[in-house]
Design a protein around this ligand. Structure first.
Ligand code: SF4
Length: 332
């Protein structure tokens, strides 16, 4: 049975988990191609007004798969961290896809995955129900789950060591190592899809910096700093962005010279998170330069490059100013 996984939203987080699980259950996994102009345009045509750019792109990926597979894989990812949720647009994704593409229940895998109340044990129940679409053999499902979890752990470890998802998934060339770094914040589907972010990672690298993303920060560090936020958000990915930002503002790594935050136009969680980070940055003494870049279908590459170049100038200016400020030879 051919199962199609659209390359959007939580794809860059769970691709290897989903692929391994489905293949162990006997499915043939087909992935939509990397995002392209065609996919974006198709997604915009299908997208309803109120939805954000990443969901529109996801719909373009669905369209690239829908006639090629027996089943579309769009699980309802309610929560993958205890006590938290995913954004409502991610929760409603199976309904959006089913209605827009007129799919019957037999054409879509939309089981609920929910770790909100009882953590991974609860999420596993959803995965077992999902597995039962392929086999009634519970032992086989449990083994598939075990293997998928192992592969997922290894994938996350590689990301933490600095490898990018597109390198692991598509064999994309790794970045050149650089001494100085930029902390790049944002949702996994903005940071890791180089078409929709207009190759921002490569551009920062060409301007002379390595990057650090929330995927590269150990989860316990993110969670430790998140505890310092009086009222964290309801949404896991937003919390990971907040925890990462705070950890680098409070415990400085002298090699990290600035923060770039990719946000999505029409994203409620991003507007809140962006505002909070902006305020923290302003409150810090000798704070790091902070650039917020809004991404949507109208964002132009030339404008993005100009803003990045100006940001690099600002980071260098700040560095040389701080140095001269603390130099024993500086004029008093
Ligand atoms: S968090 Fe924002 S960008 Fe992500 S799906 Fe929700 S609204 Fe869209």
């Amino acid at each position: 049975m051919k199962v199609g996984i659209p390359r959007g939203l939580l794809f860059y987080r769970f691709y290897f988990f989903w692929k391994t699980f489905l293949e162990e259950l006997g499915a043939e996994v087909i992935t939509s191609p990397p995002t392209s102009r065609y996919i974006v345009q198709k997604g915009l045509t299908y997208g309803i007004e109120e939805i954000c750019f990443p969901v529109k792109v996801f719909l373009g990926h669905v369209l690239a798969l829908v006639d090629r597979v027996d089943l579309l894989f769009v699980p309802r990812m309610v929560s993958f961290y205890p006590g938290e949720y995913n954004c409502p647009k991610i929760l409603g994704l199976p309904d959006i896809v089913r209605n827009l593409f007129h799919l019957s229940p037999e054409q879509i895998i939309d089981e609920e995955i929910n770790a909100r109340n009882r953590g991974m044990r609860e999420a596993e129940m959803g995965l077992i129900r999902l597995g039962e679409r392929f086999t009634s053999n519970r032992r086989k499902i449990a083994q598939a789950l075990q293997k998928a979890e192992k592969v997922h752990r290894e994938y996350r470890q590689q990301l933490q060591s600095g490898v990018l998802p597109e390198t692991l998934i598509d064999g994309k060339q790794s970045l050149l190592p650089k001494e100085e770094k930029v902390l790049l914040l944002g949702h996994t589907y903005l940071l890791n899809d180089s078409y929709i972010n207009m190759n921002v990672i490569e551009k920062i690298n060409q301007l002379g910096y390595s990057i650090v993303t929330p995927d590269m920060v150990p989860e316990d560090r993110i969670r430790l700093f998140l505890k310092k936020v009086p009222k964290p958000s309801f949404w896991t990915i937003s919390n990971e962005i907040l925890g990462t930002a705070l950890s680098y503002l409070k415990e400085r790594d002298p090699k990290v010279k600035g923060l770039v935050h990719l946000v999505s136009f029409e994203c409620g969680p991003d507007s809140l998170v962006g505002e909070l980070i902006g305020r923290w940055v302003k409150k810090e003494e000798q704070s790091l330069p902070y650039l917020r870049l809004e991404i949507d279908e109208h964002t132009g590459e030339a404008g993005l490059v100009t803003r990045l170049e100006a940001f690099v100038d600002m980071m260098r200016w700040r560095d040389s100013n701080l140095e001269s400020h603390f130099s024993p030879f500086a004029a008093s």
